[in-house]
Design a protein around this ligand. Structure first.
Ligand code: ZN
Length: 188
């Protein structure tokens, strides 16, 4: 057998006598994100239904058993016993509701999960640009390669181009009629 009281701050307090112990459970939050804090006190078996008081300093629970009176202070921060007898003359008695039992704690109070930061969508890959090789040209048969002002000839044609001249300074092909290299200006 347990007792329940709805506190004004949205919290619910459950009081249950379990053997010689009084288990006080503070429950807050709505379904799904309920937070519960339970504390047990050695109070002895209740002789009367506990009384819950609302005082200027918080909610105070009075438990009466064969061992005497026990007082428990319920605060947002926790549940703790009070040594001595608190002043309850100006306290307001809160009505307790009889419930079957303290709600099951099988569901541990979960901290609400922080929503995951959405992954930044990947930048779509830029389509590969066709390889640019500067002004490189390549011809086959006869194999000829030209890169900028450099050129290369290979194969059978090279012997046939014996008349061709190359600049001795930079190696650029020059015309036999040229007096200066068109590439570097070397005097031929
Ligand atoms: Zn040259």
């Amino acid at each position: 057998m347990a007792y329940k009281c709805n506190l004004s701050n949205g919290q619910q307090v459950y009081i249950e006598n379990q053997g010689m112990q009084t288990v006080v459970t503070l429950s807050s939050g709505g379904p799904g994100q309920q937070q519960q804090a339970s504390t047990g006190f050695q109070t002895g078996k209740w002789t009367v239904v506990p009384t819950l008081f609302k005082t200027s300093s918080g909610v105070i629970l009075r438990i009466e058993s064969k061992q005497g009176q026990s007082f428990v202070q319920l605060q947002a921060g926790g549940i703790s016993t009070i040594s001595g007898t608190p002043t309850l003359s100006d306290a307001e008695v809160l009505s307790l509701q009889q419930v079957e039992a303290t709600p099951s704690k099988s569901m541990p109070p979960m901290e609400p999960m922080k929503p995951m930061e959405p992954m930044k969508p990947m930048e779509p890959m830029k389509p590969m640009e066709p390889m640019k090789m500067g002004d490189m040209e390549m011809k086959m048969n006869p194999m000829q390669m030209r890169m900028g002002n450099m050129s290369m000839e290979m194969g059978s044609s090279s012997s046939a181009t014996s008349g061709k001249r190359f600049c001795p300074q930079c190696g650029a092909p020059v015309q036999t009629s040229d007096r200066f290299c068109s590439s570097c200006g070397y005097q031929l």
